[in-house]
Design a protein around this ligand. Structure first.
Ligand code: CP3
Length: 342
């Protein structure tokens, strides 16, 4: 029998949606914190195939999700291209910056990333041998715009100001950076699929800060190019796109990019998504992650409202963004019960 997630992504309307959670392997789980301590730091965990596979499997053992997402990070691509990358505890990622054509020329070509990223493919291979037969393995990468925002700024930013500045002052260099990330991402996701990833997801976490033509050029077009290349090489492997906070630009995004599923943030309503998006294919989402902290009857009511609103078409249940470290694991179990009994 075909796996539940693959059926939903293939466009089937199911009585109960498949369920998984962004950041399902993470700091809200004590067993994750223990394995991370064993690995040393976050990046050492990402590049340790045995331990990365272990943390990927931990949430499945606890909760029986329908999918597992490879444990890695979107910032491994910049590192593989030659940027320095480190994480500052309590603050987040830091990278050496790319703000000029000269900086860009220092990076490695897109087809030379495997020297750094081969442990990630090994993690995928381990997982594809160890997952329960009903569980789908999801690979992922950041979308080019979101990855570029970190490469240009050298860190996370509230408004992606440095990337906007480079885009507006030297569009050719910025476009060349986007092209390099696009090519690297096609290569990286192809390798993940060859290693056993059954679905891939593109995280465009900062898509919402692009407007008008910039949205078309730097969110939509590179995602469409990645999906076209993957479909040519690996027909039948579904792609989930997450243009977070795209708002009205969610409409038509799946058709324009070839994505099989649109992941929704929690600023759009499930009722709106049912009316405006689901005719084009599967949607994924979109419970507000704060319910994983607060719990209570509101968690159950919201999870069930979303499930019922999207029941008329293909739907994958998920959060609207990643689960946070202060979440209560018991609320995850409550969420799953609520969705399955809706
Ligand atoms: O979802 C999963 O369980 C799979 C693994 C995964 C991680 N990061 C692990 C991680 C995935 C899919 C990501 C994607 C990612 N990484 C995104 C896109 C999705 C989103 O959140 O919008 C972005 C923007 C990043 C970059 C990144 N990685 C940041 C900004 C941070 C620091 C913020 C934080 O939460 O600490 C990370 C670190 C990170 N990536 C952690 C995890 C589990 C926490 C690291 C730790 O153990 O300290």
């Amino acid at each position: 029998m075909t796996k539940l997630l693959l059926r939903a992504l293939g466009g089937e309307t199911l009585p109960t949606p498949p369920i998984w959670m962004m950041r399902q392997a993470g700091r809200y789980l004590p067993e994750y914190r223990a394995t991370r301590a064993q690995a040393g730091d976050f990046l050492s965990l990402c590049y340790n195939p045995e331990l990365a596979a272990e943390v990927t499997l931990q949430p499945l053992r606890r909760f029986g999700f329908d999918a597992a997402i490879l444990f890695a990070d979107i910032l491994l691509i910049p590192q593989a291209l030659g940027a320095d990358l480190w994480f500052v505890t309590g603050e987040g990622p830091r990278l050496s910056t790319v703000t000029s054509a000269a900086d860009l020329a220092q990076l490695r070509p897109a087809d030379q990333i495997d020297a750094t990223l081969s442990p990630i493919y090994e993690t995928v291979r381990i997982l594809s041998g160890e997952l329960p037969r009903e569980t789908t393995l999801i690979g992922f990468a950041g979308a080019p715009w979101t990855v570029a925002t970190y490469m240009v700024a050298g860190r996370g930013t509230k408004d992606q100001g440095p990337a906007h500045l480079l885009k507006d002052q030297d569009r050719a260099t910025f476009a060349a950076l986007i092209d390099l990330i696009t090519e690297a991402t096609i290569h990286y996701l192809s390798r993940q699929i060859e290693a056993g990833a059954e679905v891939v997801k593109l995280f465009d976490s900062w898509a919402g800060s692009l407007k008008g033509r910039d949205f078309d050029d730097f969110s939509l077009a590179p995602i469409a190019r990645i999906i076209a290349a993957l479909k040519a090489r690996h027909p039948g492997v579904p792609v989930i796109a997450f243009p977070r906070e795209a708002g009205p630009r969610y409409v038509g995004f799946a058709k324009a990019t070839g994505a099989d599923c649109l992941a929704l943030d929690n600023s759009v309503s499930a009722e709106w998504a049912a009316a405006e998006l689901q005719a084009d294919g599967c949607v994924q989402g979109n419970l507000d992650p704060r319910h994983m902290v607060t719990g209570g009857p509101e968690l159950v009511a919201e999870a069930q409202r979303i499930t019922r609103s999207l029941r008329g078409g293909p739907h994958v249940f998920n959060l609207g963004h990643g689960i946070t470290p202060d979440a209560d694991p018991d609320n995850v179990a409550r969420m799953i019960d609520a969705v399955r009994s809706a």
